[in-house]
Design a protein around this ligand. Sequence first.
Ligand code: NOJ
Length: 542
Amino acid sequence: MKWWQTTTIYQIYPRSFLDTNDDGIGDLPGIIAKLDYIKDLGFETIWISPFYKSPGKDFHYDISDYTQIDPIFGMLDDAERLIREIHKRKMRIVFDMVLNHTSDEHPWFKESRSSKDNPKRDWYIWRKGKSKDALPNNWISMINRPGWNYDEKTDEWYFANFLDFQPDLNYRNPEVKEAMFAIMRYWLDKGVDGFRLDIFNSIYKDAEFRDNPFSLRFIPTPDSQDEAFFQKKIHTLNHPDCFELAKEVHSLLDEYSSERFLLGEVSGNDVILKKFLGEKHDGLHLVFQFELIHFQFSANFFRDLLSKNEAIYPYPYTPTYVYGNHDQMRYIDKIDRDPNKAKLLALFQFTARGIPVVYYGEEIGMQDSDIPNWQGKDPIAQQNAFFPTPLANLLGVYMNRDNCRTPMQWNSSINAGFTTPATKPWLTVNNYYPQINVEYELSDKDSLLNTYKALLKFRNGNSTFQSGSLFVETNYKDYSDLLVYRRYSAEKSFLVFINFSDKDLDIKVNHVKQIALTVGETKLNANSSLELAAYSGIVLEI
Ligand code: NOJ
């Protein structure tokens, strides 16, 4: 097996991890200072959201120089040191690569918009309007606004599938592809182990600029944005040429003798996700599967998800299990902020077959803040400044991403140890930091943090959980709130029991060799009866 098929991933949002120069913004030296914390937790791979040079209007997902580090985060030297320090600890580093668009302040775009005959004009997607004041076609962006933006100087429109200051590059121009591939090589040469690819499914659009067809759907489904606002976005998302690009980038990584990998941010149904992975496993190595972001806290939900993933993504496919990221409400807010329920979700994440991706702070149960849109720094919140939050919640859209990006809570001092007490952090620290912080939870053996540590240690020490098979058990049907699955390899076999109910359960189990791990209150009696208290779980070796 390749290392990335068994790894565990920790995501850092660099602005919010640790500030070492008292400007209220996290930085690369801050990440370096906390590498031992992540290593000690037990993670192998760190994915860091972008820290390249950027005007920062979308907090560095709008890049103006892909080979320089933004001075607020440090210098190129710091990035190189970060790579070295991570490797020194036998860990891996994944950079975030935004191929779809640049910032409108990138020198390429400045040139491109300067005149119609500039050599870089065709590096972006420019079109004439259908008539004066009429857009070139009906394409709306991923955030469901008109995707075309008018440029007065040349009387043409440029397309942006995200925010208007993030113009989409034109990959139908071979020079663009070459330039972006050179950037990836630049970082691969410096030793990065892989890329998380931002909105990879948006890169190619219809070459003929045909209108997207009408759809009856207004609100997008939770795990896919490709149909919304009365539009089937077939010409702007998941274009077949994106699947081919996945293969090309895969080949680029194959130029390197050590194994690197790609983790794609794409969305769509499983047929589409599999196309990104490639029929011969020659596309993206992994894709995010976002179903867990919209989980229901029930055994049925998790059983169905596992059964589906085992049926559709058998080995060598490797599912990914992710509860949150820098664009989503923190998962603990979806389970009444109950750490006992969170422990069960972690138990699932680290014992299922696949790659767990954990967003910083999930391990301590960091909660969403409640910063209203009108106070948001997030450009999405600013665009929706007066949109009522209850309505947004009802529609299932998350509008102020500041709320899941608040500073990491390291201890109970003012500003939670993220920055000095006298410094104003870029986002206010969440109110609950005196109780929810690393220092406090390390000292409490039953804390969520120590559960994450125990689970990681267990997984890291048990190859069956890293690379073994999974079978969803069906002979516990009488217990509707109980999830049971088997993990097995040639050497060992385990049963994982997770009690999603608020009631104690008494279950008959056979052939138990030993208790391998427990979460919450459990008891295995001599007569093979297993008592599981409400919201508890156990792993038995059989
Ligand atoms: C997806 C990223 O996760 C999000 O944070 C960003 O704003 C957009 N892509 C645009 O790059």
